[in-house]
Design a protein around this ligand. Structure first.
Ligand code: PMV
Length: 323
């Protein structure tokens, strides 16, 4: 195994993402719709010496870890992902200080784990690596966080854009006729994707007779969402987001807080809202009425949150741009 040396890339970036529809179902062969968001992760790597540990330092995530080569099985998922990626690239766990800058919240369904795995894979494989090799290596880390991973988060973290994604197939890139405004609202309940993926798997094992109808409904909704997106029809997309949220609730991956956030977003004027990503906490998305300004929506949403909780959960807009 080669020691970490200057052929590591010294800089890497990766995107965060939002899933508009089809999360979880995408692991069972259904299509999903998702888009990269401007919030992402930037890693800078300083080569130290082979005697020094590998340091991963991402202050925004409260993450500071020192790793060195050991035979012990890592119990912490970040450590396990670092091991999977560095060992997969044939590198030793030593001799580098990796500093991360990000505005993405961690563990909130916005693709923080995939951004980390893609950016680490870029560093570990060096400047000359091709995109497929980066994607494949990032998946070794991402599978640690998701239990099993469809690849949708890694795809967006690596290449960005908006896409229809089916596991194992080349993604279809989508372009919109008109811009649409999405609002991201963070429940501030952290969760683990792998636990939610396992929860859905357990439900499917318990009710195998429901699985084909469940996934057929997801697939039909995502198909209708794609048509609404491509037609720039915010009202229809909103109604379908509401339906997706109910489906995800039926899978057991929503929470009272996420349900409440979706209701507050609708009360504030949104045309529809759903949880995004694995659920069990994390973020929800709302689609804005094009007739309502950002300021008006944000004011109304904040008033709802203040009234219910005496505080505002973090929230921010994401523009789905026209081609
Ligand atoms: O937890 P997140 O937002 O990274 O979303 C995971 C999406 C799933 O469909 C639940 C898992 C996957 O790998 O597709």
């Amino acid at each position: 195994m080669s020691a970490v040396d200057s052929s590591l890339a010294l800089y890497a970036v990766a995107h965060g993402k939002i899933i508009l529809g089809g999360e979880h179902a995408v692991l069972y062969g259904c299509p999903a719709l998702a888009t990269a968001i401007p919030e992402g992760l930037e890693l800078r790597c300083e080569i130290t010496s082979a005697k020094q540990p590998l340091i991963l330092d991402i202050p925004h995530w409260g993450l500071y870890r020192e790793y060195c080569d050991t035979q012990a099985e890592p119990s912490d998922p970040v450590h396990a992902a670092v091991e999977a990626i560095f060992r997969g690239a044939g590198r030793a766990i030593q001799g580098a200080h990796i500093r991360g800058k990000t505005t993405l919240p961690a563990g909130s369904g916005l693709g923080s784990s995939a951004a980390l795995c893609v950016a680490l894979a870029k560093l570990a494989l060096g400047e000359e690596a091709n995109e497929q090799a980066i994607f494949d290596l990032s998946m070794a880390g991402e599978s640690v966080f998701h239990g099993q991973a469809s690849g949708i988060d890694s795809e967006l973290a690596l290449r960005g854009g908006m896409l229809r994604f089916v596991k194992g197939q080349a993604p279809e890139r989508l372009s919109l006729p008109t811009k649409l405004d999405i609002w991201v609202i963070d429940s501030q309940h952290p969760r683990k994707s792998a636990e939610q993926v396992q929860r859905v798997a357990a439900r499917m094992q318990r009710f195998p007779e429901l699985s084909s109808a469940t996934w057929a409904l997801f697939e039909a909704q995502v198909g209708a969402m794609q048509s609404a997106l491509l037609a720039g029809d915010a009202a229809r997309l909103g109604a379908l987001m509401d339906q997706q949220h109910q489906q995800l609730r039926a899978l057991g991956v929503s929470t009272p807080r996420l349900d409440e956030i979706c209701q507050m977003a609708r009360r504030a004027g949104a045309l529809g809202a759903k949880l995004t990503g694995a659920g069990g906490g994390g973020c929800a998305l709302a689609i804005l009425d094009p007739a309502q300004s950002h300021e008006e929506f944000a004011r109304a949403l904040e008033a709802c949150m203040q009234e219910a909780h005496g505080e505002c959960f973090p929230h921010f807009p994401v523009e789905l741009s026209a081609a």
